[in-house]
Design a protein around this ligand. Sequence first.
Ligand code: SAM
Length: 332
Amino acid sequence: MDVLDTFGRPLRDLRISVTDRCNFRCVYCMPKEVYGRDHRFLDRRELLTFEEIARVARVFVTGGVSKLRLTGGEPLLRRDLERLIAQLAELDADLTLTTNGSALPQKAQLLADAGLRRVTVSLDALDDEKFRALNDVDFPVDRVLEGIEAASAAGLPVKVNAVVKRGANEDEIVPMAAFFRKRGHTLRFIEYMDVGHTNGWRLDEVVPAAEIVAAIDAEWPLERLEPRYPGEVAQRYRYRDGSGEIGVIASVTQPFCGACTRARLSAEGQLYTCLFATQGHDLRALVREGASEEELARAIARVWQARADRYSELRSAATVAVSKVEMSYIGG
Ligand code: SAM
């Protein structure tokens, strides 16, 4: 029987952060001023081991989770990640990964061989200068494009996610649509969100999904597609000329908390029931105390049954000031 939260939502997706470290310093996510030399990242011993992650993931899958997504920080920075992929691939769940793509040229084949099913690559601009400024470590866009090609060549379907921030990259929307629409990679634009509080988020920096769709529709007419399943996060559109589709994720202007079936596990084993949560629940302690899978399942069910999060629907000037965990810690 499904465990439901206080709004009747089941638990279907688990995002697993495998590290809080990243080789990029994207200005809207891990700004250098905050994540500089003095920042204390998690120590190796604090991280869940692959065996611990696999054990916890198995409990979630037994409890009804059908989708596992590895994230971070930058998940490909975690050494030998393919070993974890191989363990998770044995579970009866869709297995995917979100990455900045920088290590895909070396890693894509290993990941595919280990059992990864598909990959999402974050890419916010095609213009090299703009891309280098956004990642703030001078990383060239060509290397990410190479990573996308490497993933494709390894047989992994690729989705490309672009966060749009006013004044930073809204002029990249149409060029990105032009580039990806004939290449068979689904492109999704994501509204800039007020996750964490180090990015100094402001509502006027959000480019609404409706504006993104209108900009593309003006070039290549679009038609709205029906959701493939209830609660699909992206609103999908197809090009009327048959050259593929795009998606938009309107988490700020059209929040979708009512259909949110996601939980997040931080790299140190804290369970969060909302991207905007202020507090996690310590699963690592239970695992390291030797809890059985039944005990873990009961602990997870207790957390989920008490869940009343609907942050995005309540978002207001007041919630911006609330202390939330950072995206790079909780996992995007
Ligand atoms: N390093 C990996 C990557 O680049 O995809 C995984 C972690 S990253 C935190 C996951 C996703 O969150 C990325 O697509 C990133 O652009 C997105 N993200 C980070 N901060 C965001 C924000 N404030 N609003 C919307 N998306 C954000």
